[in-house]
Design a protein around this ligand. Sequence first.
Ligand SMILES: NC(=O)CC[C@H](N)C(=O)O
Length: 369
Amino acid sequence: MLDGSVWRAKSFGASGTQVGEVVFNTSLTGYQEILTDPSYAGQFVLMTNPHIGNTGVNIDDEESIKCFLAGLIIRSLSISTSNYRCTESLSDYLSKRNIMGIYDVDTRAITRRLREDGSLIGVLSTEESKTDEQLLEMSRTWDIVGVDLISSVSCKEPYEWVEKTGLEWDFNSNRRYGETFHVVAYDFGIKHNILRRLASYGCKITVVPSTWPAAETLKMKPDGVLFSNGPGDPSAVPYAVEAVKEIIGKVPIFGICMGHQLLGQALGGKTYKMKFGHHGGNHPVRNLRNGSVEISAQNHNYAVDPESLPSGVEVTHVNLNDGSCAGLAFPQRKLMSLQYHPEASPGPHDSDLVFDHFVELMRKEKQSI
Ligand SMILES: NC(=O)CC[C@H](N)C(=O)O
């Protein structure tokens, strides 16, 4: 890693040499959804839960069309899989997708280091011919800051999304209205469960690429626009901030994670890189409007600086671990956003009703016209 440390481990999945940013994720389970979350592009995910692989993988839990992350780092790779939904072992799955994994490495020691030093660039290699010094040099000359990662994970053409959450997994199906709202969803690396939850809440969705012009979006006369999650540095994608700026105030808006950060910038605020970010399914967040606490799923390395926001913008949620901004609203401009993941997948479902709040925002707007 960039701090000069070298860790010996066993390899599984693909072989080769890969560079990326090392982050740790504290989720106890849900590794398949984590592997297919496009927001991990350019990163190695280190799971702090030591036992990974015991439920295998299945065909339904994919959060995108492929694994975009740089690789997986775990303590112990389960020698067997036991789950009625399992169709493949984790190891075969990673091999087929050409993703590197390592195990039998002291993940607790690496996590402690990341907590002290912050996220670090690392290199995974199975190539005996490469010296430690060569690998360390790769970690010194590669960076994730300032790089546009959303364009490499976004869809290339618009498409419609209709699939809802399967009934056996829909724990919140009582709050539905039978009315349909057309949402244009910007794909900065969108997780499928955001689309499924919106569909379950009565939305007809058109997913558009990250570079889709705002004018084209407005021509579609959507009831609302969603700005999705996505990988990397929000300051590296000024074209997306411009699109957000052009849409603000014209239709109801919901931003999630990267979408929230782009909204923060479009409103005139600043984002900054956090020391080691938030990645896990156990982050307490306080809703400042009603005082309630949600346990949330999170995955981000950047955050919006609330001090930098203009007046009128309300901080609606704070992360209780470090006090950072976890949600915004600007009622006059019909927008709301969360830094974390209400769609979970994986993670707790406490925040699911925010999709209902977005639908409410669209309903009010429709009634007022
Ligand atoms: N999940 C996301 O959308 C992540 C947003 C951004 N890439 C960050 O790391 O902060």
